[in-house]
Design a protein around this ligand. Structure first.
Ligand SMILES: [Zn+2]
Length: 214
């Protein structure tokens, strides 16, 4: 967010990062009402394309600016960063920028954040099965809701499941979320087709054999 908000006269100052900010001249957008998650999200997405995001975030942190979205950080995120790091540490540009990137890591890389979540929440079970740690009800992540099985499917197949994700009959471990042991509606249909084909072939072979024997 540019330091020029319209309320403070933009007195002569040397050219700096503020002149390159994407929010320059449209300040209001970067001061959403606290708790207005949609407006905060919109402002953040613009920050994520801004060439001076880190300089801006650092400026807000070192000057303890409380209102608005700065450098992709919401008010809540800046307060959390200031609690976590001593003020002197955030005065150092390199440290401040590293702290900002760490705080925004998941938002800047949503797929990585889902993989991290998967790594945190799963453990290997004997026999090639995978267990989910803790409550296996659906959970929300970046505005999307997943069940552990839907997450397993998405990360493994690279696309969302169609219909319900269930264990395949070959896996007897009730809590298993191994993507290799799961199938969605589309995959179950394909498996059924393949099984029927095999059964028809066996029937035909048996009929041929019976014919030859008679
Ligand atoms: Zn399994």
């Amino acid at each position: 967010m540019s330091a020029y908000t319209g309320q403070v006269p933009d007195t002569r100052r040397p050219v700096d990062w503020r002149d390159k900010a994407v929010c320059r001249g449209q300040g209001d957008l970067w001061f959403p009402r606290p708790g207005d998650q949609i407006a905060i999200h919109v402002a953040k997405q613009a920050c994520f394309t801004c060439p001076v995001m880190l300089a801006c975030g650092q400026h807000a942190l070192t000057n303890t600016i409380l209102d608005g979205v700065w450098g992709g950080l919401s008010e809540t995120q800046r307060v959390a960063l200031q609690r976590k790091h001593p003020a002197a540490a955030l005065d150092d540009p390199t440290a401040a920028r590293a702290a900002i990137l760490a705080a925004l890591r998941n938002e800047l890389n949503p797929v990585q954040s889902l993989r991290d979540l998967w790594d945190d929440r799963t453990h290997t079970l004997p026999g090639g099965h995978i267990g989910w740690i803790g409550d296996n009800a659906s959970f929300s992540h970046r505005g999307h809701t997943y069940t552990p099985k839907q997450l397993a499917f998405l990360l493994d197949r690279g696309h969302k499941a169609k219909g319900i994700v269930r264990r395949i009959p070959e896996c007897a471990v009730v809590e298993c979320v191994s993507p290799r042991h799961l199938a969605d509606n589309a995959e179950r249909y394909q498996r059924r087709q393949a099984l029927e084909k095999t059964a028809r072939r066996a029937e035909l072979a048996a009929a041929v054999e019976a014919e030859m024997a008679s």
